[in-house]
Design a protein around this ligand. Structure first.
Ligand SMILES: O=C(O)C(=O)C[C@@H](O)CO
Ligand SMILES: [Mg+2]
Length: 390
């Protein structure tokens, strides 16, 4: 079997989006003076879809959401020529060709995300060619079904957040992730607002259910050192991305500071990036995203590395490419789960492009032993709400 063609198309959402609100989600731009709403650079309203076809007609689907137009250019210009004419079963060789040939300017960020998209499509082909789901090629079924946590609860009105938490508690979720709205730029009032929201959510879900707290790189070390001791009484399962991804020493200091586990990784790349995080005890929970980190080829290696450190892997975002890594590894106890909503930050856009995503039932996800490959097809229902760039 040989790769015959690589097609990368950008799906630009033209449909309605939930308008941004202030203090919706603390984020890395909060620390930079700006007159615009800071979360705007972290909206994912475009997505690049990669279709790789083999000489016997199998089509593999990959995807990338980081800088999708740039990712498409990297795929078209640099990565496609490296894989066309090659055997997809030589996936390690192909991964190394892509990684090493772009090493001078790649390694992390959008290049590794583009490599991830090609690698996902290759693994989709592998599964389809032997009529097996990808997780069966990685280690098989390690769970009867996948526990998942409800992920949203962005910082809105306190009552709205409590109503949202109650709604999904009633649907059987036992784990919830919420977003802080405030950070160093918002002073002591912001600290009070952050604590008020956590307390309000605990009032709804109690202490028999897990609560994870997301900073999305919106704090700094000094502020996090003030906040974590105040948060301990609320017993969060983890506090996520308190500082920017490059501040690994900051992560390591915070991870030892209190009883609260620090999580991160969705903005880290490749096996080597996670080797650093683990060696320096920077995180207690690893959260790579398989469509960023280097695809399934890289994520599978990182799962093994994390297993050797007894550090759990909870991939960032839901989405099928992550579910296969969780199903096939004892290192990964659960998945993140965004239900389908109106398009807001963009984590929801996946549902408007692909069919095949499992719907959570009572806080669990299921993958089918008999659905080959990643289990995704391209959705046609919302095509009229996308501008597609060939
Ligand atoms: O789901 C996460 O962990 C994210 O970082 C998503 C992003 O939109 C901020 O919440
Ligand atoms: Mg996150």
């Amino acid at each position: 079997m040989k790769i015959k063609s690589v097609r990368a198309r950008v799906y630009e959402w033209k449909g309605k989006t939930v308008p941004p609100q202030g203090n919706f989600c603390s984020n890395a731009m909060d620390l930079v003076y700006s007159k615009t709403e800071t979360m705007s650079t972290f909206r994912f309203h475009s997505w690049t879809v990669v279709e790789i076809e083999t000489d016997d007609g199998i089509v593999g689907l990959g995807n990338v959401a980081l800088a999708p137009k740039i990712a498409k250019a990297i795929i078209d210009e640099y990565l496609a020529p490296l894989v066309i004419g090659q055997d997809p079963w030589d996936y390690e060789y192909l991964w190394q060709r892509m990684y090493r040939s772009t090493h001078a300017w790649g390694r992390k960020g959008v290049t590794m995300a583009a490599i991830s998209a090609v690698d996902l499509a290759i693994w989709d082909i592998l599964g389809k060619s032997v009529n097996k789901p990808v997780f069966k090629l990685l280690g098989g079924r390690t769970k009867e079904k996948i526990p998942c946590y409800y992920s949203k609860l962005y910082r809105t009105d306190i009552q709205e957040m409590q109503d949202e938490a109650q709604k999904f508690l009633d649907q059987g979720f036992t784990m919830f992730k919420s977003r802080f709205g405030y950070g160093p730029a918002h002073g002591t009032q912001g600290v009070k607002e952050n604590l008020k929201a956590v307390e309000a959510l605990r009032e709804v879900i109690g202490y028999d259910n897990d609560l994870m707290l997301e900073c999305y790189m919106g704090w700094n070390l000094e502020y996090a050192k003030r906040m974590l001791p105040k948060l301990e009484k609320f017993q969060p399962r983890w506090v996520e991305e308190p500082v920017i991804a490059d501040d690994i020493d900051g992560y390591a200091e915070l991870n030892q500071l209190t009883s609260i586990p620090i999580s991160g990784g969705e903005h880290e790349f490749s096996l080597y990036g996670f080797k650093q995080l683990l060696e320096r005890k920077a995180v207690s929970v690893v959260q790579y995203d398989t469509n960023r980190v280097g695809g399934i080829t890289a994520a599978h290696k990182i799962n093994a590395l994390c297993e050797s450190y007894s550090v759990p892997v909870v991939p960032h975002a839901g989405q099928m490419h992550n579910y296969h890594l969780t199903m096939s590894s004892m290192a990964s106890p659960m998945s993140e789960y965004f239900p389908m909503f109106d398009v807001e930050v963009g984590n929801e856009l996946f549902y408007y492009i692909f069919d095949g995503e499992p719907v959570a039932e009572n806080g669990f996800l299921q993958l089918d032993d008999n659905t080959p490959g990643l289990g995704l097809t391209l959705k046609t229902e919302f095509l009229d709400q996308f501008n597609i760039i060939e």
